[in-house]
Design a protein around this ligand. Structure first.
Ligand SMILES: *Cc1c(COP(=O)(O)O)cnc(C)c1O
Length: 354
């Protein structure tokens, strides 16, 4: 039986997607060739890329609004520097909500002045700062919508008229937002969309071409737009699998549908964390992520038993990140509600038998 997979990333993908993707590796489109051995410039693969890009824009409600979708390589980590390379002329504002924001700030500092408008480092990033000011004269404001490691999520975004850049690696396609408020969105595929190896970038074209520096071709969004994500050989398997996941999501009813499911899973999880006297949540209640629930045992004496119980219950990937400790239940789009129920059952069993 397939394990209940709470892995933070690479993450669980829908079974139907895994089946179609593995079939395509053997024989793609009944053509007696594998997806990964045909030319990326052949029509069958160009169709895949076109469809993946169109589905991404459609699901986000960004068709015909001046946005382009790109499937690039180098992970979200390359976007930390690529976004600054392309957009940072003088100074930019960054909200520091965790490990990934901190890394984005470090890279951006190579390109200009960085103003850290607020940080939640004082409490090990267990909350989202609020009430900060963003200077009007910055080139852009950068934030991380969901903090995968600490289990916090931005529920609101600051009113800012300039360009907003957002790392949505771990909650893209999980909830409805007004995506037109963002100039640039990036997301590593392996959290909520596909296998590792491609990064979705959605960019409003009119924000590009404004910096004076020369940009190396591979790091220039305009170059990739000009070549429809085919400037060099794209990662064909991750792009195809991402396309399958986006198709799966569209058929289910899109973000609107999955958001309801995600809210149900998060409610079940957090209600148990709050109810069960053996456990305590890590993130501030109002900032809790619907994707990654972080929690601890109140008394570490139960650790050995709890760990063997959830492993026995066919659960995978529950250990917290080393910078937080404890546990992290990642509940990405493809995780079924019954997997959360399986975990809740184990937590209740521990309570009964402790
Ligand atoms: C995982 C993650 C990253 C890093 O992604 P890579 O693709 O491994 O570079 C960046 N930001 C967030 C929010 C993440 O969860």
């Amino acid at each position: 039986m397939k394990k209940h997979n709470f892995s933070a990333g690479p993450c669980i993908l829908p079974e139907s997607v895994l089946e179609k993707a593995s079939q395509a590796v053997i024989d793609f489109n009944n053509n007696n060739l594998s997806l990964i051995e045909i030319s990326h410039r052949s029509k069958p693969f160009v169709d895949v890329m076109d469809k993946a890009q169109a589905l991404a824009l459609e699901l986000l409600g960004l068709e015909n609004k001046g946005y382009k979708a790109l499937f690039l390589q180098g992970g979200a980590s390359t976007q930390f520097l690529m976004s600054a390379y392309n957009l940072l002329q003088n100074k930019a504002a960054y909200l520091n909500t965790g490990t990934w924001s901190t890394k984005a700030i470090k890279e951006a500092k190579l390109f200009g002045e960085i103003i850290e408008v607020a940080s939640s480092k004082d409490r090990n990033f267990n909350y989202i700062p609020k009430g900060y000011n963003i200077p009007v004269d910055v080139d852009y404001f950068h934030c991380t919508s969901n903090n995968t490691i600490f289990g916090t999520q931005m529920k609101e975004f600051p009113a800012f008229d300039g360009v907003v850049v957002c790392d949505m690696s771990s909650d893209i396609f999980s909830r409805q937002l007004d995506f037109t408020k963002f100039g640039l969105i990036y997301a590593g595929a392996q959290k909520n969309m596909g296998p590792a190896g491609t990064t979705l970038v959605v960019v409003r074209e009119d924000i590009l071409g404004k910096v004076e520096r020369a940009i190396p071709s591979m790091l220039d969004y305009q170059v990739h737009i000009g070549k429809d994500s085919m400037f060099n050989t794209p990662p064909v398997f991750p792009v195809y699998t991402s396309m399958l996941t986006l198709e799966w999501l569209k058929e289910l009813g899109g973000i609107q549908f999955i958001e309801e499911v995600n809210n149900k899973k998060a409610k079940l999880m957090y209600e148990e964390i709050d109810r069960n006297p053996l456990f305590t949540g890590f993130a501030a209640v109002e900032d809790r992520s619907t994707m990654n629930a972080t929690f601890n045992l109140v008394d570490d004496a139960h650790k050995e038993r709890f760990d063997s119980m959830w492993k026995e219950a066919n659960i995978n990937g529950l250990n917290g990140h080393r910078s937080v400790g404890g546990y992290r239940a990642s509940m990405y789009n493809a995780l079924p509600l019954y997997s959360v129920q399986a975990l809740v059952d184990v937590m209740q069993e521990l309570e009964r038998t402790a």
